[in-house]
Design a protein around this ligand. Structure first.
Ligand SMILES: *Cc1c(COP(=O)(O)O)cnc(C)c1O
Length: 485
């Protein structure tokens, strides 16, 4: 017996290394804080893109082993192998894809969440954590005009949030395997690809997916939608779901949300809106007008790690009718019997595929409360104006074609060169801008045309960066024209 006690005590000595004392904590904390402070102090002057040949391969030189490595060495390796190579997604020079953010107070929220390790999955364990998450969901519901009784979930990102919505829609309409041949989903080919993925993961890969005709601004044409649904019904098919975008990824277009809502209701379809990029523009009067009809949807996705500038790791799904979300996600088990007391709040575990989860509410609550909403609204308005300004200014350059007036903060341009292949020229132009390192743009193909996108959503992007970009574009065009001539 005492033998076992001795062994346990011996192990305890070593296992206690996992619990650093105050002095040891201060030591690592200082190193980490020095590192992050240095990162933030320099972020305005650091490159957004650092070309790297090694691409972080050096990490493998120091594999996980039995023995500890000093924090100094680890931070050095992190900087060299992880932080430095390629895209600095926290930079204000990030104007590609849909930029993210990295609000500092979110990082502190995560820090508190991780140190205290509150269990935010079920009300029974941490009613306050669950209330905080539900309070954030109610705030977002109110923002988009959803009713008070709407529910939702703080997921890891827009893709998972969209998946949760599609699964909920599937079950709400009781779509079964035997129905697949006849079941129809309506969407635009400008829909984000995570929804194609979600449809398949939800087991709906075999249903009919109709890509709808689009107008000049890449928006769904509601009359066509109405016609196609009617034809499908007449031929014995089962229209099930229509998906619209509140801000597409390619060009930032908002589908006619209200008109689509009326048609969805008329034909009894589930109406899902993907607002991962655009929905938080509802914080502006201008955005509210443009997003009119968003409240008619049955489910909606919005990404705080885009439109509220949070660090990566938070996408939200809202569902108007609680019963549908519960039907798909509420399960019980014997070992959970003590946790059944749901109190007066839904638990995240009953509304999502997750049980144990990161306490994501805190990373949203803290910055919103510390800053108040005023700077968030200003920042979103600034992004809208910057996109308008950029489009106007780039359009003044000779031989530059621009897209239509942007709905939100994404716009694009295409240079028509004096000589040579236009697509190749634009691709080369994009490469030259990227390798300069100070501004990061991305591209897309619109009807076969290679266009360069300007997607403005980082809270660190301001007028000086956009002016720098305009100068760069002029410079690089001149350089390439000289080469191609
Ligand atoms: C970013 C985005 C997504 C995917 O969200 P993630 O958070 O990247 O998973 C979906 N739809 C739209 C419109 C997006 O912009």
């Amino acid at each position: 017996m005492s033998d076992l006690r001795d062994q346990i005590l011996a192990l305890e000595q070593t296992s206690r290394e996992l619990e650093p004392d105050a002095k040891a904590r201060a030591y690592v904390r200082d190193k980490v804080i020095n590192y992050t402070e240095n990162f933030l102090d320099n972020i305005h002057d650091s490159n957004v893109w650092n070309e790297s040949l090694e691409k972080g391969i050096g990490l493998y030189d120091d594999p996980v082993s039995e023995h500890p490595t000093g924090i100094e060495k680890l931070m050095e390796s992190f900087e060299e192998n992880v932080n430095a190579p390629h895209l600095n997604a926290a930079s204000g020079g990030h104007l590609g894809y849909v930029p993210g953010g990295g609000l500092y107070h979110s990082a502190l929220g995560d820090y508190i969440a991780d140190v205290t390790n509150n269990y935010a999955g079920v009300f029974y364990a941490s009613p306050g954590a669950v209330r905080m998450e539900n309070m954030m969901i109610r705030w977002m519901s109110e923002l988009v005009g959803y009713p008070k009784k709407a529910v939702g979930n703080l997921a890891s990102g827009g893709s998972i949030a969209n998946l949760t919505a599609i699964v909920t829609a599937r079950d709400a309409h009781q779509i079964k395997g035997k129905d697949y041949e006849r079941t129809v989903i309506y969407a635009s080919d400008q829909m984000h690809h995570c929804l194609d993925k979600a449809i398949r993961i939800a087991g709906l890969g075999e249903v009919i997916l109709r890509h709808l005709p689009l107008d000049d601004g890449y928006r769904i044409i509601p009359e066509k939608l109405d016609e196609i649904i009617s034809e499908d019904k007449a031929s014995g098919l089962k229209p099930f779901l229509v998906i619209a975008s509140a801000g597409t990824t390619d060009v930032g277009a908002i589908d006619p949300l209200e008109d689509i809502g009326v048609i969805a209701k008329k034909h009894n379809l589930w109406y899902h809106i993907d607002g991962a990029y655009g929905a938080f523009f509802a914080l502006l009067e201008e955005g509210k007008k443009k997003l009119k009809g968003i409240e008619m949807s049955d489910s909606l996705v919005m990404d705080p790690h885009k439109g509220l500038f949070l660090p990566y790791g938070l996408g939200v799904v809202l569902v108007k009718e609680a019963k549908f979300m519960l039907e798909s996600h509420h399960y019980q088990a014997n070992y959970m019997q003590d946790a059944r007391d749901a109190g007066d709040e839904y638990s995240p575990a009953d509304l999502s595929p997750e049980l144990t989860k990161h306490f994501r509410g805190l990373r949203l609550w803290l910055p919103l409360k510390v800053h108040g909403l005023i700077p968030f609204r200003a920042c979103l308005q600034e992004k809208l104006f910057l996109a308008r300004y950029f489009r106007e200014e780039v359009g003044k350059l000779p031989n530059v074609e621009i897209g239509p007036e942007p709905d939100l903060s994404i716009t694009y341009f295409h240079y028509v060169p004096e000589h040579g292949n236009a697509n190749e020229f634009n691709e080369e132009l994009l490469n030259l801008i990227r390798t300069d390192g100070r501004v990061f743009l991305s591209s897309t193909l619109l009807d076969g045309k290679f266009v360069i996108r300007f997607a403005c959503l980082s809270f660190r992007t301001h007028l000086d960066r956009v002016d720098l970009l305009l100068t760069l574009i002029k410079e690089k065009i001149a350089l390439l024209e000289a080469q191609f001539a």
